[in-house]
Design a binder for this molecule. Structure first.
Ligand SMILES: Cc1cc2nc3c(=O)[nH]c(=O)nc-3n(C[C@H](O)[C@H](O)[C@H](O)COP(=O)(O)OP(=O)(O)OC[C@H]3O[C@@H](n4cnc5c(N)ncnc54)[C@H](O)[C@@H]3O)c2cc1C
Length: 369
């Protein structure tokens, strides 16, 4: 594919000339959801345009490194459709920062039993290592009860994934979509600068902006603040650490520093990073690799994940009466796996919305008083 096109002129020389070309799909938002949808729709032969309010990965996808962890949560049960999701992710080919493999130290005897069981039941995704074996292989990993090696786990730099998935696809930055109308099977999207775009389908992948836009604010979506911090890697650790996931996660950035995530804040008073958040992350880091108790803080960031309360599955489907305005959001903490897999289903589901699995359907809060 050719290089990514960023056709949007800088905001200072903004024009309001409308774009008369009728697109098959206009995607609003260039984060993981929009990028994956753009990738798969283009592969399926659709004429796709991505419009982004700022620059690609300006929302949650700008958080930096993310984990692909096929065996999440306390019991390490495989994530929904994980084998298909991993297969799609491999086909989409985001560049791997390190080789595959992620470690989950057990937090207690009970969790060790659960991890061992998960590894026995799913030997293709997980392998159990007792305390002695773990200590021999990874002496820096605090794992007194042993650890689960998640074979297909990995970490990825999310903004690089977004760039990779949208390479060669028409993408205009500095285009904030403000409203849309639907007539005779054509949707007209209006930019804040007055520019109009015509399309057969409009796919809204606007992340947190969905929770405030008047047309979408009653979708059953919830925002969670997450803080991450970058610490200088303590001396004595290997040149590159594999990703580790426990109460939080640790990713080696490959430049002598590690990113540690994440806090989960359902309510907050400060939009930016906080000192309390950083201390929480330092203590998480110390439980994931030795030596982080005193590590030098280098950087902090926050991001806002959108989740679907209850199902914790993404939301995908039409939101307009005529069925040509769709939403794709709610990727939560599994943005990489969910965006890859559900994005791959969009070309089929656009023509067959009744096939959208119940768990992913659009739910409006007003429908459930
Ligand atoms: C702290 C933290 C840690 C995380 N860790 C992981 C992890 O380890 N593994 C993992 O898989 N996932 C992780 N995630 C989740 C993942 O980052 C998200 O699920 C994913 O990035 C969401 O992608 P999105 O495209 O839905 O939304 P976003 O990335 O928020 O993208 C929305 C885009 O829409 C644009 N936009 C908004 N309004 C408009 C408009 N009106 N017109 C045009 N464009 C608009 C925004 O500028 C933005 O670029 C983490 C998230 C956070 C916050």
């Amino acid at each position: 594919m050719a290089d990514q096109k960023h056709d949007g002129p800088p905001a200072t020389t903004e024009t309001i000339a409308s774009d008369d070309r009728l697109r098959d799909v206009v995607i609003v938002g260039a984060g993981l959801a929009g990028a994956s949808a753009a990738f798969h729709l283009t592969q399926a032969g659709a004429d796709v345009l991505v419009l982004e309010k700022d620059e690609p990965s300006s929302g949650a996808s700008g958080i930096g490194y993310g984990m692909v962890n096929p065996m999440m949560a306390r019991k390490a049960r495989p994530v929904w459709e994980v084998r298909n999701a991993l297969h799609v992710l491999d086909l989409m080919g985001p560049p791997l920062q390190t080789s595959k493999g992620l470690w989950r130290p057990a937090g207690s005897v009970d969790q060790a039993t659960l991890f061992q069981k998960a590894a026995e039941e799913h030997p293709d995704v997980g392998r159990w290592h007792g305390p002695e074996t773990t200590e021999r292989a990874l002496p820096w990993l605090p794992a007194p009860w042993g650890a689960l090696e998640v074979i297909e786990g990995r970490s990825l730099h999310i903004p690089s994934v977004v760039t990779h998935w949208t390479r060669g696809i028409e993408l205009q930055s500095n285009r904030a979509i403000a409203s849309w109308d639907e007539h005779d099977g054509i949707v007209t999207a209006r930019c804040q600068n007055g520019q109009l775009f015509r399309t057969r389908k409009l796919l809204l992948c606007m992340g947190t902006a969905l929770t405030t836009h008047p047309e979408t604010s009653d979708l059953n979506l919830h925002v969670i603040k997450g803080q991450v911090a970058r610490f200088k890697k303590p001396s004595g650790l290997p040149t590159i650490l594999p990703p580790v996931s426990g109460h939080g996660y640790l990713v080696d950035a490959g430049d002598g520093s590690c990113w540690v995530g994440s806090t989960f804040e359902h309510t907050w008073t400060e939009e930016g990073p906080t000192a309390a958040g950083t201390e929480e992350l330092r203590s998480k880091a110390a439980n994931l690799a030795s030596g982080f108790e005193q590590a030098e803080l280098l950087d902090m960031k926050v991001g806002f994940r959108v989740t679907v309360p209850g199902s914790r599955k993404p939301m995908l489907g039409p939101i307009s009466k005529k069925g040509n305005v769709w939403v794709f959001s709610g990727l939560g903490a599994k943005g990489l796996l969910f965006s890859a897999y559900l994005g791959s289903q969009i070309p089929t589901l656009f023509n067959k919305p009744e096939a959208i699995p119940e768990a992913f359907r659009v739910v409006r809060r007003s429908a459930n008083p």
